[in-house]
Design a protein around this ligand. Sequence first.
Ligand SMILES: CCCCCCN(CO)Cc1c[nH]c2c(N)ncnc12
Length: 229
Amino acid sequence: MSKIAIMGAMPEEIEPIITKLDDLNVVEYAANKYYEGSYHGKKVVVAYSKIGKVFATLTATSLIEKFGCDTLLFSGVAGAISEDLHIGDLIIADGLCQHDLDITAFGHPYGYVPEGEVCIPTDEKLREVAKKVAKAKGLPLKEGIIATGDQFVADHERKEWIGKTFHADALEMEGAAVAVVCSSLDVPYFILRAISDSADMDASFNFDEFLESSAKISADFILAMVEEI
Ligand SMILES: CCCCCCN(CO)Cc1c[nH]c2c(N)ncnc12
């Protein structure tokens, strides 16, 4: 029986999901809480990692290695880089990169370390499910590269540099860590983000204002995908 991991970084990102689960059971593990349950007859395990790549790595690994999940869906919010992404819009990741990984002093490209790859692709089949759900809901869905780093970006210059350097359309703080874990453990994964801000000087104000509503948009979409997987 398949078991689907649903992961976020913050409580607001998984709250709208946990409230919808049946047979809820909370397991404390590795300084975190994992919510086991079912949704439309599908077994799911839900958790938020806390913010940043390190916490995301621990949670993604635990969901797979400890809880036996064989598919991972990430739901959360992100900062927009692309001009055609506005607050509340959805973007799915074709691939993810680490914008703050830098050994360019040795002539390597930004986001690269030996035996690694700059951009890690997401699972094609899960992206197709998302497009099917978006069509059925009549929701626009952008697809693009999402850049991850251990920084809340609230600076136009930094955002533009990330966009140009990685051809990224959005940015956040966990996706590429999930990508490394899932691709290394051969678990299909999918990253969905709803825009909460534009990673510029107003980012922190917009983030505070739109976190909850954007997180709910992403969460509702992820639950619709669970029905189709
Ligand atoms: C208390 C502050 C919590 C920030 C967490 C933000 N998440 C991280 O995944 C997504 C995100 C939304 N907007 C962002 C931005 N402008 N820069 C980085 N990350 C983001």
